[in-house]
Design a protein around this ligand. Structure first.
Ligand SMILES: [Zn+2]
Ligand SMILES: [Zn+2]
Length: 533
């Protein structure tokens, strides 16, 4: 049994434990163990057999026992029992149709069906009405969903990092390319698609249906299928003729408006060939949100980035020390990193007092000695108080290399007050950059009421940069706002707001969000060497 298969079974176990309302810590422990096993270079089955599996990070005695059972018997008995009882394919299909997990299982039990296909047949035969609690409205909703009367979209958009993981995992398993919203790096993804070149589409569709991520197919034709995850999220698979792979990839990448404006598309095996045949310059997927036929600007690339200007440490709510963050940034090939911990007004965690800032400065100086010529910059993520003042005295701020100004509390202020509050901070001579300017949390909290056009003008006047925050739930500025900021003459900073070494990886999301706004390397402050002394 190879590592991928072992990890898949642990992931499946975690998903079912979650459905069965198990302890969330247990669920997370299994997910983490799966992740570790997937990344382990040696065969985990051998480690298990020789009693050495517990040397792997995150494998405790209970997971070790499950691994032993899996390697020795080929499966985990409790997992097989949960699969029988909970019918993940029905749960996935039910969620896709807008039903809760428990409700899906209840309906399946009432109808005596065990698979998604049986549910479909029972629904078609009009049996849903016999289930207690299902009225004509719910029946109509389920039948409409099963009949696929609309584009298969999730009920709630996925954050980009979740969508990347899901679609990327499926594409890698099938040897295909991620497409849909993910490939355009949309901040909230709805259309999830994978395109594969297939001489034998039937075999490919079968492999797709057998993936651990996919619990049921809701649509299937010769060269296309739509599967759902146990969360009910639909993923489309396109099994392209090898000679038409490029064309299929353009179509599945979208957006619909962009593709419609290019039609009719010629058949080609590669995407570049489609563009050549059209006589249109190749268009990076990030710029395919609306019709575009011109020569694209040379968009910023992740390799252009020389430093990260917003990260946290154990001084506030980060998980790594100053030196660990510095070392990790250096290992990524950066030249500098700015440590920007919180100030007291942030509330959720204890922020740095002026005293703390100076003591942290000593730690940063020591890290600089250890890591030279790499530079660890003294920064701060300073709260903008409701009246527009900053949360640290001027003399402390003046000592720092880089000051991010942030609105955290009191985000429901009326537009005029919020705009005045942020404007006052931008006029402060110490401020270098406005963090997560709109304050939105994708799918959870709308943008703050803020006159961005005015804020952009003030930022330009005072030489303040605007952040593109790479936290998956923020991506703030959005690509759309980046475009407006650049048009206003501003420069942006691609930052991660990392709270751990791993968080530095969100630079990918920040850079691709900037690319959606048409940013080139010259527009991005942290593609430049650190110059200020
Ligand atoms: Zn913040
Ligand atoms: Zn932060």
């Amino acid at each position: 049994m190879d590592n991928a298969r072992i990890a898949d079974r642990l992931d499946a176990f975690a998903a079912l434990l979650e459905l069965a309302d198990s302890n969330p810590y247990t669920v997370r422990a299994y997910r983490r163990a799966a992740e570790v096993i997937r990344a382990t270079p040696v065969p985990v089955a051998e480690l298990v057999a020789s009693g050495r599996a517990r040397r792997l990070r995150g494998i405790g005695p209970s997971i070790d026992a499950r691994l032993r059972e899996l390697v020795e018997t080929g499966d985990i008995a409790e997992l097989a029992e949960l699969e029988r009882r909970l019918a993940p394919s029905l749960v996935g299909l039910g969620r896709y149709l807008g039903l809760g997990a428990k409700r899906s299982v209840e309906i399946a039990q009432a109808l005596g069906v065990r698979t998604a296909d049986e549910l479909r047949a029972a629904a078609a035969a009009g049996e849903l009405r016999s289930v207690p609690g299902i009225g004509p409205k719910t029946e109509a909703q389920i039948l409409a969903g099963l009949a696929r009367e609309a584009e298969p979209l999730p009920r709630r958009a996925l954050l980009l990092n979740q969508a990347l993981e899901l679609v990327g995992g499926i594409a890698a398993a099938l040897g295909g390319e991620p497409a849909g919203d993910v490939r355009r790096w949309r901040d909230a993804c709805e259309r999830l698609a994978v395109v594969c070149a297939a001489d034998d589409p039937a075999a490919l569709l079968e492999r797709f249906a057998g993936l651990p991520q996919i619990v049921a197919l809701v649509e299937q034709s010769e060269r296309r299928a739509v599967g759902v995850t146990v969360e009910g999220v639909p993923v489309e698979l396109v099994a392209a003729e090898p000679g038409g792979f490029g064309t299929a990839l353009v179509r599945a990448t979208g957006s619909a408006a962009y593709v419609a404006a290019l039609e009719p598309l010629p058949e080609a095996a590669e995407e570049e060939a489609v563009y050549r045949a059209l006589g249109v310059p190749f268009c990076p997927p990030e710029l395919r949100e609306r019709p575009f036929r011109e020569k694209p600007p040379p968009l910023v690339a992740e390799a252009d980035v020389r430093g990260d200007l917003h990260c946290h440490t154990t001084w506030t709510d980060g998980r790594a020390t100053v030196e660990e963050m510095g070392r990790a940034a250096r290992d990524r090939g950066y030249e500098y990193i700015a440590i920007c911990d919180h100030t007291p007004a942030v509330g959720a965690v204890p922020g740095l007092t002026p005293d703390d800032v100076r003591r942290q400065g000593e730690e940063i100086a020591a890290a600089n000695e250890a890591l030279a010529p790499f530079r660890v910059l003294r920064g701060i993520e300073c709260d903008i108080l409701p009246d527009g003042r900053l949360d640290l005295p001027d003399d402390v701020l003046a000592e720092l290399d880089w000051v991010q100004a942030s609105v955290h509390g009191g985000q429901r202020m009326p537009r005029r007050e919020m705009t005045k509050r942020v404007e006052a901070a931008l006029r402060h001579p110490a401020v270098s950059c406005l963090s997560h300017p709109t304050g939105r949390l994708i799918t959870r909290r709308p943008e703050n009421a803020l006159d961005l056009e005015h804020i952009f003008a003030v930022a330009l006047e005072h030489g303040v940069a605007l952040e593109v925050n790479g936290l998956p739930a923020r991506l703030d500025l959005s690509g759309e706002h980046v475009r407006d900021a650049l048009r206003a003459g501003l420069r942006i900073v691609c930052s991660t707001d990392a709270h751990s070494v791993r968080g530095l990886g969100n630079m990918t999301l920040a850079v691709h969000t900037a690319r959606r706004g048409g940013a080139t390397a010259a527009d991005v402050v942290n593609t430049m060497p650190w110059h200020r002394e």
